[in-house]
Every structure is written in structure tokens, then in C-alpha cells.
Design a protein around this ligand. Structure first.
Ligand SMILES: C[S@@+](CC[C@H](N)C(=O)[O-])C[C@H]1O[C@@H](n2cnc3c(N)ncnc32)[C@H](O)[C@@H]1O
Length: 265
């Protein structure tokens, strides 16, 4: 069954607030708080400071505003790559947060016979775990695809040889001055593997300078600049088809997307 990714993240959010915070919905007061937090998060992304996701309201605002859009982008790219899977699938996820790349990728797969998905999540911010658990439980109930996973800050916990996906994590690492560690982080942990990252082409560093992700010498990724689906149209179609249960944050920019690939031998 095909999932509307905006409906999905709204429902996951409501479940998360109910199960983990005893809230029965999104009150006007909470909605205002989420809007304020989203505005602060947007400013932080522009300032080029390390992004802190430890605040619950910030994570919920992110999950409602950014996660479904990123998930649609991943689904469109999975379609573009003609991605297929047999019965089972193993994935490594770097910086999944609310799991946008996971659910987008799974929705874009042409399954021969849907089976079980094993994921290893390497995530710096431990407090995303509960949200991601709610999301995987709901995806499983909706689609019948079983997802089993581990969640760790330690890259050696990756599944050996499984495809590594990373969504908007490179620019976050750049803002924290950590991008140069990526090659070592993924390559030394589990070879051979293939990595696919979707991200904006550039970020602002701590000194306020604009830096291109693709010029990080340790990476050597291939960039598909200027090649890709009409992401804005795909996101708008998905938004139009969803049933808004709570705040939707209609205003959005679609960043230029670069896709980065590398095979680590
Ligand atoms: C912009 S969010 C992207 C979340 C999700 N992948 C998406 O596309 O919506 C970046 C995520 O990467 C995580 N992150 C940043 N640096 C990291 C690192 N060095 N190792 C693991 N996770 C990291 C952050 O905690 C955050 O959850």
C-alpha cells in the first residue's frame, strides 16, 4: 500500500506525542511553540552553527516540516535509479533523525516480494530514537513490511556491506566542522559498501564562509548536479493529497539537491 508521506509524518507525530508525552493532540499553544522552534531552526541552518536537535519541540517541528519533504525527495530518487529489492533488504543510515531517507527509499522501491528490512542507524542525537521507533512501528503496521533495527552513535555497528544512505547529514556535519571525518567514519567501519547521500550542495561553516560539499577532498563523491526529478512538483502533489491533521507549515524552499555516491572497496 502506498503511503502519503505527509499523512505518515503527521500520524507518527501524533502517536509520538501521545505515547511519549501523554498529549492527546496539538493544541494552539503547542502549534505556536512548534512554529517558533521551526523559525529558530531555519535561522540556525543559515547561520552555519552546529545544529542542536536535543529539544523535543525542535524535533517535532523538524518531523512535521522537513521530514516528509526529504522523504518525498528520496522516493523520487529511488524511482529515478530504478531501485529494486528482493524479499529482504539491509540498510545503514547515517544521521537518520526521524528516518526520512528510510521511509522515502522504501516507498520508492520496486519490491519483488516485500519481506523484512534490517537497519543500522548511526545517529549523533540519541533523543531521536523514540520518534524513529514510533515511525518504524507505524510504517510496519501500514505496509506489512517488518523493520528491525539498531540505533547507535558508533559507526562500527553498521551492517557489513549494506548500502549506506545519508540525507542532509553532510551539510550538518559541515556546520559542525566534522565533514572531513566522513571518509574515515564510513570507510574504515565496513568495507566494501556503497554510500548514497542526498544533500544541498553547500553549507555555511563556523567562520561564515560558504563551502561546497563536493570539494571535501576526502570524499571524492560523484555529484549529479542539475540532474533529477522535479522535486518541488512532487512535494506539492504529496502535500495536496494529504489530509492535514495539524499544522502543515506550507511555506518551503526546495534546495538544489546533489546526489553523492561512492563505492568503498
Ligand atoms: C538535517 S538532519 C537530517 C535528518 C534526516 N536524515 C532527514 O533527511 O530528514 C541531520 C541529522 O544528522 C545527524 N548528525 C549530524 N552529524 C552527525 C554525525 N557526525 N554522525 C551521526 N549523525 C549525525 C543529526 O543529529 C541529525 O539527526
Amino acid at each position: 500500500m502506498r503511503v502519503n508521506l505527509f499523512d505518515f509524518y503527521q500520524e507518527v507525530t501524533l502517536r509520538y506525542l501521545r505515547q511519549n508525552h501523554g498529549l492527546s493532540g496539538i493544541s494552539k499553544q503547542l502549534e505556536q511553540r512548534l512554529c517558533n522552534e521551526l523559525a529558530r531552526l531555519r535561522q540556525d541552518y543559515r547561520k552555519g552553527i552546529p545544529i542542536d536537535y536535543s529539544d523535543k519541540h525542535r524535533r517535532v517541528a523538524y518531523a512535521l516540516h522537513y521530514a516528509p519533504k526529504h522523504a518525498v525527495i528520496w522516493r523520487e530518487y529511488a524511482h529515478l535509479f530504478g531501485h529494486t529489492a528482493n524479499q529482504n533488504l539491509d540498510l545503514n543510515l547515517l544521521g537518520p533523525g526521524p528516518g526520512s531517507e528510510l521511509f522515502g527509499w522504501l516507498e520508492g522501491i520496486d519490491w519483488a516480494n516485500p519481506g523484512a528490512v534490517a537497519i543500522a542507524c548511526i545517529e549523533k542525537e540519541k533523543s531521536w530514537l523514540e520518534f524513529l521507533q514510533c515511525a518504524t512501528a507505524m510504517y510496519q503496521e501500514t505496509t506489512g513490511i517488518a523493520i528491525k533495527g539498531t540505533f547507535s552513535t558508533d559507526s562500527s555497528k553498521m551492517i557489513k556491506g549494506a548500502h549506506l544512505l545519508g540525507s542532509f547529514v553532510l551539510t550538518d556535519m559541515g556546520r559542525s566542522g566534522e565533514l572531513h571525518t566522513l571518509g574515515r567514519l564510513v570507510a574504515s567501519a565496513n568495507r566494501p559498501l556503497t554510500a548514497t547521500f542526498l544533500d544541498a550542495p553547500a553549507y555555511t561553516n563556523k567562520q561564515g564562509a560558504t563551502c561546497l560539499v563536493s570539494t571535501e577532498p576526502a570524499l571524492g563523491f560523484t555529484s549529479l548536479k542539475g540532474y533529477g526529478p522535479d522535486l518541488r512538483a512532487a512535494i506539492l502533489r504529496e502535500m495536496d493529497a494529504c489530509k492535514p491533521l495539524c499544522c502543515r507549515y506550507d511555506q518551503f524552499d526546495v534546495p538544489n539537491i546533489n546526489a553523492f555516491f561512492r563505492n568503498y572497496k
